[in-house]
Design a protein around this ligand. Structure first.
Ligand code: MSP
Length: 704
């Protein structure tokens, strides 16, 4: 039996944050739980390295696209090692990169197969046509009218609803994938395999998206527009659409289209995979990917499981601009890896959005780990040291001491506790199998609470004072130690390090990672065995101290120089987007961004007092005025303003205005606009009212 689990491969334009780490943690947890059951498992993560977005990020950072990808990959590798997710720590089996030559081979093979294929309706699956429309580089996605925001000024490009960045206009010859012919075939799959897209809510969204009708998909760009990618086989003037290339990584990694990989890993051996993805990229995985595979004659994945997005503690999208992202270097510095893993799995109800804040992480670590599991472990082991000479005590209470034990309030029937933990094990594994990690962990913590209760009721410190109660004391401590052994096996996939620690401190050899949880039998902890050295597993975190350190490190946002800023200005993901919460299929979950920004964010906007020197209409542009504005610089700025319907140009001369002076220049109707005039927008039609001053102000004065 084998098992194959994948995370998305992450864009190599910018550095990872908590959101990226999260999917890896989930995949790693699943992989460890499979390995623990003796199932040969392959775990893939990696980077998506092609496309215009990476090309632009590279250009901005003064690197070649490959250098850019190498740079981001080196950071990913550093982070996966620090968080115990790499191969050396028992994590991923491959860090897949789409720039690998074997990937090119496999991708070309699938393209060729699709190019030869007929759709379920008997048409050619790939055909050449002309694409005319809008494209978001950050999403790497073509956008239809209901997926973008129309521009405020006429002639300007629309903006992406997710990233708020301008879309690219595309008008060029392109290869198309005839997705429109696959609707029925896809619906049949979703219907016949209810587990194919999970959870159910996501499956429903996907089905209604497909029922709404599928449009053919442009799957290539002209090489002259995008050169950084896999060339289309037999037509090198075209570069494959990055999503076509990226999705195929899941099969090229294990040997599709390449002999060497096939020998080293084995496509037949591991395929089909369970794909873990954020709900932001569900459509690509649940609609496009199966359609490509159907066309290529390749077996479909086992399942596509979409999780929710991490929001900040106030429920806002995480974004660099809001300064509310959770950075990996901060996490790494202040928190134990297992506490982060536990928090991620405990706090997010799988499939739904969750909230992540440093304070919440500290609170959970302290309550569930330091005071909960950690305390149970250390008090049990300390008492075994103290009262039982550091050896696992005897579990049985002899007949003659039973009454005495009962009198001290201890349940002498051991099966009460063993029955409880056996039932908890069943529930835990069931929830785990359904990927309800949060529920599973609640079940595990019911065991912690139960054992804690047994100890508090029995008061071993009192029993120790009475020679007659030695057996009672021993039985109580045995139960607690045995429960800890079970917990370390059950929790191993979630908290590998802490589980190993507890295991070793119990005096056990080997790893809880090699014990199959369903094989645990009560009473197998050997009596008289010496325990190991007792050390705290989860030291309590001093909330005030750590929060003030974190706040010092993370504020103000704009001034903070972390490694994450090293790919400064990488379009899309780095600056304006952390968790893109919604694509078409998940619109219902769109999370509104409320309006808090850090002072540092405001400081990024260079607002200056300007004076209008001249104003004129632009031929054939009813809404635009061409202004020359003195903002205290050597030369006046040329600024286009969409106010022509409301202001007579002559009346604007000499008027003091507020200008956004550091807005990236852009061309409108052939004129470069070097800034923006600030105006209020009134009513439904958005009537502009220019902001001005009632007192004397010099040109160029900065607004703060
Ligand atoms: N390159 C594509 C995926 C191609 S897969 C063939 C891509 N990359 S990405 O860098 O944008 O990563 C998106 C994924 O990162 C999400 O689907 C999710 O797995 C993870 N997350 C990014 N931000 C997240 C949150 N805020 N919360 C949870 N997961 C998030 O899309």
């Amino acid at each position: 039996m084998t098992f194959y689990v994948t995370t998305p491969i992450y864009y190599a334009n910018s550095l990872p944050h908590l959101g990226h780490l999260y999917t890896m943690i989930v995949a790693d947890t699943i992989a460890r739980s499979k390995r623990q059951k003796g199932i040969e498992t392959y775990f893939l993560t990696g980077t998506d390295e092609h496309g215009i977005n990476i090309e632009r990020a590279a250009q901005k950072a003064g690197r070649t696209p490959k250098e850019q990808a190498d740079y981001v990959v080196s950071y990913y590798k550093k982070m996966t090692a620090a968080f115990g997710l790499d191969t050396a720590h028992g994590g991923y089996d491959i860090f897949m990169r789409t720039t690998e030559p074997f990937h090119y081979q496999g991708v070309s093979e699938l393209w060729r197969r699709c190019a030869k294929a007929k759709t379920p309706k008997g048409n050619e699956a790939i055909y050449k046509g002309h694409y005319e429309g809008w494209f978001c580089a950050a999403c790497a996605e073509y956008k239809t009218e209901d997926e973008y925001r129309k521009p405020a000024t006429e002639g300007a490009p629309p903006t992406c609803l997710i990233h708020d960045t301008e879309l690219d206009r595309i008008s060029e010859d392109s290869y198309f994938f005839r997705l429109s012919d696959y609707g029925e075939a896809l619906l049949a799959i979703y219907e016949n395999q209810p587990d194919f897209v999970r959870p159910d809510s996501r499956r429903n969204e996907v089905m209604s998206f497909v029922r709404g009708g599928l449009q053919d998909l442009a799957i290539s760009r002209l090489k002259t527009s995008v050169s950084w990618g896999v060339p289309v086989p037999d037509d090198p003037d075209h570069t494959m659409y990055v999503w076509f290339d990226a999705l195929i990584n899941y099969i090229t990694a294990i040997g599709f289209g390449n002999e060497e990989r096939q020998k080293a890993v084995g496509f037949e051996k591991f395929w089909p995979a369970l794909h873990l993805v954020g709900k932001d990229i569900l459509r690509f995985h649940a609609v496009y990917w199966p359609a490509f595979l159907l066309a290529g004659g390749v077996q479909l994945p086992k399942a596509i499981v979409a999780h929710g997005m991490w929001l900040d503690p106030n429920g806002r999208k995480m974004s660099k601009t809001l300064g509310n992202t959770i950075e990996l270097d901060v996490l790494e510095k202040h928190f134990p890896v297992d506490a982060i893993r536990y928090f991620c799995l405990r706090e997010m109800v799988f499939g739904q959005d969750g909230r992540f804040g440093y304070e919440g992480l500290i609170d959970r670590t302290n309550s569930d780990l330091a005071n909960g599991l950690g305390n149970l472990s250390s008090r049990t082991l300390k008492m075994i040291s103290l009262y039982c000479g550091g050896r696992i005590p005897t579990r049985h209470i002899s007949e003659d001491k039973i009454l005495l034990a009962k009198r001290s309030g201890v349940d002498t029937d051991e099966t009460t506790v063993s029955g409880f933990i056996e039932l908890a094990r069943e529930q835990y594994l069931q929830q785990f199998e359904s990927l309800n990690f949060s529920r599973a962990l609640e079940v595990a913590w019911s065991v912690v609470a139960r054992i804690d209760g047994i100890i508090s009721d029995a008061k071993p410190w009192n029993l120790a004072k009475d020679d007659e109660q030695k057996q009672t004391l021993a039985a109580v401590l045995y139960r607690s130690a045995e429960a800890l052994r079970w917990l370390s096996v059950l929790l191993f996939p979630v908290m590998p390090q802490a589980s190993q620690e507890i295991w070793t401190q119990l005096g056990l050899s080997g790893s809880p990672g090699s014990i199959e949880p369903s094989q645990l039998t009560w009473g197998q902890l050997e009596e008289a065995q010496a325990i190991g050295e007792v050390k705290p597993i989860f030291p309590r975190i001093d909330k005030n101290k750590i929060m003030s350190e974190i706040n010092n490190e993370t504020e103000p946002t704009a001034a903070r120089a972390t490694v994450a800023d090293a790919v400064e200005g990488a379009p899309g993901k780095t600056e304006t987007q952390a968790p893109p919460p919604t694509q078409h299929a998940t619109e219902a979950d769109a999370v509104g961004v409320t309006s808090f920004i850090e002072i540092g964010d405001f400081a990024k906007v260079d607002l200056r007092v300007g004076q209008v020197l001249s104003a004129e209409r632009i031929p054939k542009a009813d809404k635009l005025l061409l202004l020359k504005i003195d903002v205290g610089e050597e030369q006046p700025r040329q600024v286009l303003a969409g106010i022509a319907e409301y202001y007579e140009p002559e009346k604007l001369i000499d008027r003091k205005v507020v200008v956004v002076a550091n807005l990236k220049p852009r061309k409108l109707r052939g004129y470069e606009s070097q800034g923006m005039v600030v105006a209020a927008s009134i009513g439904e039609e958005g009537r502009p009212v220019i902001a001005t001053f009632t007192e004397e102000v010099p040109n160029g004065a900065r607004l703060k």
